[in-house]
Ligand binder design. Structure first.
Ligand code: NAP
Length: 517
């Protein structure tokens, strides 16, 4: 018996909200899709190698209809609070519509990148034109024809939207604080033969994905920097640049562990930028130098660097001289006021913890999740939080999801949670809770693993570094989906090691609850 509350007027999460021009997935369609239902796999036809946002949203709705789950979902409902009652081992959830629900289990499925990070520039409310955030895009679309448009932010969302907006707008001015590494997506239509071949091999493909490091099949590295002939590395980088997507930065096996290896790969991309961009001064600004390639999510683009060769596109670096304020006419940087009709904020998200911390969770002894995470998010396996019994977090902080094909991680979590609930029902258990020791050991393990890599050297959203004041904690387990799955399976087989159980709660009819669709 499942009740789902969803803030949106429709389902789809990320793909419901992020409707900015050019939005598409950076993983291939046949990997970024659900694996648990043969009929869905066989009936759905992906049209492009990397699916666009509208296509993925159509897919989500197709799945919901196929599985007939809409009846369980209450749309237009924002969960505001959730309180655990120790007398009955139940959660009571409250919402902004007045609807509430009581349930034995509470499952958050509130997403990793679901709360847009809104900058607070002085004078924002005085700007006379329109302001849009890529993560909360108007559903009716935006017509930029003839408009002077500013884009602030050059992460994946900026990189995808800038080339498309530039084709429509009179002018686009990009305000870049940190240059991002991006590689060509080489997107193209899927052929009927490709679709047939994928459908025939889905079973093996999915199994390989589950057993992989990142939940998607990427090309392996060819060796460590110290061991390989650099002419061979260069040739392989050139080949992968033409369409290997995420694998492009992984030619050197130690790319995320050795700064020498990483410098080599980073320089390759910088050389490409200089080959593509006509104006050497613009190319110089576009060269990323602030972090090792791969330690922030690699972006996949369509014509991003080429776009800076257009007459109507201008790049303004706000790295050394930040945006000072918005004015009624536009944006002021240093002595210059730039005038616009519209400003696009591609400024990212309060990632991983943002959506959860906006809900007033009260666990044992009334302690809130915000208090529990005051010094950084802590969780056992990214699935449960000490002090918050009967609460599961799908893709919670400390699981591998951020660094993987998120669909593969979500499927693992959901299956594991369902198995655990089945186990508890069979055993008559009414309450589970991560133990303090298990959580502390996991948090340390996650941090130790990250410290073995170059990841913590980047001021990334993986570290919470993009949100002013957010504690800097590496929010993902880098040990790989395959190892993580093994660990979760083993501790389940051993009787759910690391969880405390009790069996004294009052019996409940309604037992499961999910927030987020
Ligand atoms: P992001 O990677 O966090 O990028 C935000 C950008 O805004 C950065 O360039 C940041 O600069 C800039 N920014 C923020 N505040 C600023 C300020 N006050 N002044 C100037 N610049 C400012 O966010 P995103 O591009 O939305 O991407 C987030 C994640 O979403 C990605 O890493 C990816 O995982 C996912 N995503 C995926 C896809 C896809 O599948 N293709 C597409 C879009 C997003 P700094 O770097 O200097 O902070």
């Amino acid at each position: 018996d499942v009740k789902v509350f969803e803030r949106g007027a429709g389902i789809g999460g990320t793909w419901y909200w992020n409707r900015y021009p050019g939005a598409r997935c950076d993983l291939e369609s046949d990997s970024y899709s659900l694996s648990f239902n043969d009929e869905i796999e066989q009936e759905w036809n992906w049209t492009e190698r990397y699916a666009s946002q509208p296509e993925i949203l159509r897919y989500v709705n197709f799945v919901a209809d196929k599985l007939d789950v809409r009846g369980n979902i209450e749309l237009n409902t924002t969960v505001t609070g959730a309180v655990f009652d120790e007398g009955t081992d139940t959660w009571t959830v409250t919402t902004d519509t007045g609807a509430s629900a009581r349930a034995r289990y509470l499952v958050s499925a509130t997403g990793i990148l679901s709360v847009p990070s809104m900058p607070t520039f002085e004078g924002m409310d005085t700007f006379a034109g329109e302001i849009y955030h890529t993560g909360d895009w108007p559903h009716e679309g935006v017509d930029f024809t003839g408009k002077r448009v500013a884009v602030i932010g050059t992460g994946s969302s900026g990189i995808q939207s800038i080339p498309v907006i530039a084709e429509e707008a009179a002018s686009v001015t990009v305000f870049q604080r940190t240059a991002t590494f991006t590689v060509p997506a080489a997107n193209r239509p899927m052929t009927e033969n490709e679709r047939k071949a994928t459908k025939r091999s889905y079973k093996q493909l999915r199994e390989q994905m589950r057993r992989s490091q990142v939940g998607v099949l990427l090309e392996p590295g060819i060796g460590n920097f110290a061991d390989v002939d650099l002419r061979v590395v260069r040739g392989e980088l050139e080949r992968r640049w033409r369409g290997a997507g995420m694998s492009t930065s992984m030619v050197l096996s130690d790319n995320l562990r050795s700064i020498e290896a990483n410098n080599y790969t980073s320089q390759f991309v910088r050389d490409k930028i200089n080959e593509i961009v006509d104006d050497p001064a613009v190319a110089k600004l576009l060269e990323p130098h602030d972090y090792p390639i791969g330690t922030k999510r690699l972006a996949l683009d369509t014509n991003y660097y080429d776009t800076y060769n257009r007459e109507n596109v201008k790049l303004v670096s706000v790295r050394d001289t930040p945006i000072e304020r918005f004015s009624p006419a536009g944006i002021v940087v240093g002595d210059t006021e730039y005038e616009f009709d519209a400003i696009v904020l591609a400024t990212g998200f309060d990632a991983a913890t943002g959506a959860l911390e906006r809900i007033q969770f009260e666990g044992v002894d009334g302690r809130t999740l915000t208090d529990a995470w005051a010094e950084g998010a802590k969780s056992y396996l990214g699935l449960a939080v000490e002090g918050f019994p009967n609460f599961f977090t799908v893709t919670g902080p400390g699981c591998p999801a951020i660094l993987t094909n998120v669909i593969a991680s979500i499927e693992h979590h959901v299956e594991w949670i369902a198995d655990y609930i089945t186990y508890m029902r069979a055993e008559g258990i009414t309450r589970f809770e991560a133990t303090p020791d298990a959580q502390a050991e996991w948090v340390k393990h996650v941090a130790d693993m990250a410290a073995m890599t170059l990841y913590p050297t980047a001021a990334s959203w993986y570290m919470g570094a993009n949100v002013p004041g957010k504690p800097r904690v590496f929010l993902a387990y880098i040990g790989g989906l395959h190892n993580y799955r093994d660990r979760c399976d083993q501790l389940a087989a051993d009787g759910y090691v690391g969880f405390a159980h009790a069996s004294d709660g009052a019996p409940l009819k309604s037992e499961q609850l999910t927030v987020g669709a």
